[in-house]
Design a protein around this ligand. Structure first.
Ligand code: FES
Ligand SMILES: [Fe+2]
Length: 422
């Protein structure tokens, strides 16, 4: 009976939401949670190198409060905030040659957490303070917060390692120099990365053309598993060409985006990514978007492009303007601090979202069983192959939708196989 009432028109009274408050395991990030343990098997960027000066910085990552600092030797340290003596925050500590010295009574903590000096004591206390390993690479600071004996090497991706000498990297957020922290769970922004329909709808039809008008064509879609995660492949018919746009999601929280300048009008073998980004969870209800922007011949960061890239990515516009021309921030943050999945109704175009969630669940399960999850690399020095690209291929249009679909599938396979990479 309840069901009938709830499916009748004007049924908000019957469609109560009180049973929708469960946060799925894969959205949890805190220490000791299944999702948090899984995320702790990977390196995550936590800050832009240039933003860490000569004083320590308090940061919150994966639900843990920590202090990041640079020792005078140049080495980086990431430690628990409360001094092991009597708990003063090391945020007020003084970076020393080998570590950080607490401001209160001068205890010196090394970058690996060893207590090196306890000045007012007759002898140095044999103590260990909580510290995490930190690495610096191409302008970003990365942390590994998992079991030390299981620490993998820092991942190196082909689009960064093999970039052209003329390409330029900008470490940071969605725009050069921009900082982006969103008040919602990190999974939402990665689900969005596997949802190419929103590119057509939100970014073109709903809010006017943010990129090129061709993005407004609703694409044919395929989703494929890769050794490191998954891709979506979006195919659009542009006159006598088929424009194939393929994007990676690298498990668990990395995504790549190909140039948004593409119109599909000119044949093109390869247009590579302009962005490789992690969503680094701050806690269950916020994350920071960090990674590299890659300036290539295909995608120059002109003032105009930077404006387009920033549009709708923060809440820095008047509310009425955001309502009339919403952007990614508005759509994804408004899903809720943690999107309640019990509220949603997935459709066939959400196959990518469902596939990503399945992969998260499998990854969590693998960690539970003591296995390495997908996306983790053990080979030091391995350059990891990614898939993201635009390709525009001449391909005569057909009036038969089945033939169009067949052509798309064939091209999707060829692009996926790397035929247009050189
Ligand atoms: S509280 Fe840090 S040295 Fe005493
Ligand atoms: Fe978007």
């Amino acid at each position: 009976m309840q069901q009938n009432k709830a499916s009748a028109p004007f049924s908000a009274y019957h469609l109560r939401e009180e049973r929708l408050d469960a946060v799925p395991e894969y959205a949890q990030v805190g220490p000791g949670t299944p999702g948090g343990e899984y995320l702790r098997r990977f390196w995550h960027p936590i800050e832009v190198s240039a933003e860490l000066g000569d004083i320590p910085k308090r940061i919150r990552i994966l639900g843990e409060d920590l202090v990041l600092f640079r020792a005078k030797s140049g080495e980086l340290g990431l430690v628990r905030p409360h001094c092991p003596h009597r708990g003063a925050s090391l945020e007020f500590g003084i970076p020393d040659e080998k570590g950080i010295r607490c401001c209160y009574h001068g205890w010196l903590i090394g970058v690996d957490g060893t207590v090196l000096e306890t000045p007012a004591e007759p002898e140095t206390k044999n103590l260990r303070h909580g510290a995490y390993p930190v690495r610096e690479f191409e302008g970003l600071i990365f942390a590994y917060m998992g079991p030390p004996e299981q620490m993998p090497p820092l991942p190196v991706f082909d689009v960064i390692a093999n970039r052209k000498p003329t390409d330029r990297l900008y470490p940071g957020g969605w725009t050069p120099g921009g900082k982006y922290e969103w008040p919602c769970n990190w999974v939402q922004v990665k689900e969005n990365a596997m949802d190419p329909v929103h590119t057509a709808y939100l970014h073109t039809i709903a809010s006017g053309s943010q990129f090129t008008p061709e993005f407004g064509i609703l694409p044919e879609l395929e989703y494929r598993e890769t050794p490191i995660g998954m891709v979506y492949v979006a195919g659009r018919r542009i006159g006598g060409n088929m424009w194939i746009r393929m994007h990676d999601l690298i498990m668990p929280n990395i995504h790549l985006v190909a140039s948004v300048n593409e119109t599909g009008k000119q044949e093109k073998r390869y247009g590579g990514p302009y962005l490789l980004h992690w969503a680094t969870p701050i806690d269950d209800t916020s994350f920071r978007e960090l990674g590299w922007l890659i300036e290539t011949d295909d995608m120059k960061f002109t003032d105009e492009i930077v404006q387009q890239l920033h549009f709708g990515m923060m809440d820095d516009r008047p509310m009425e303007e955001r309502q009339r021309t919403p952007g990614d921030y508005d759509a994804q943050v408004s899903q809720g601090a943690v999107h309640l999945r019990a509220r949603e109704h997935l459709g066939t175009s959400d196959r990518g979202v469902a596939m990503f969630r399945r992969m998260l669940r499998v990854g969590i399960d693998d960690v539970r069983k003591g296995k390495d999850p997908k996306g983790l690399h053990r080979d030091e020095g391995q350059v990891i192959r990614t898939y993201t690209q635009n390709a525009v291929v001449a391909c005569p249009a057909s009036n038969d939708p089945a033939e169009e679909k067949r052509q798309f599938s064939e091209l999707s396979q060829r692009v996926f196989d790397g035929e247009f990479r050189d």
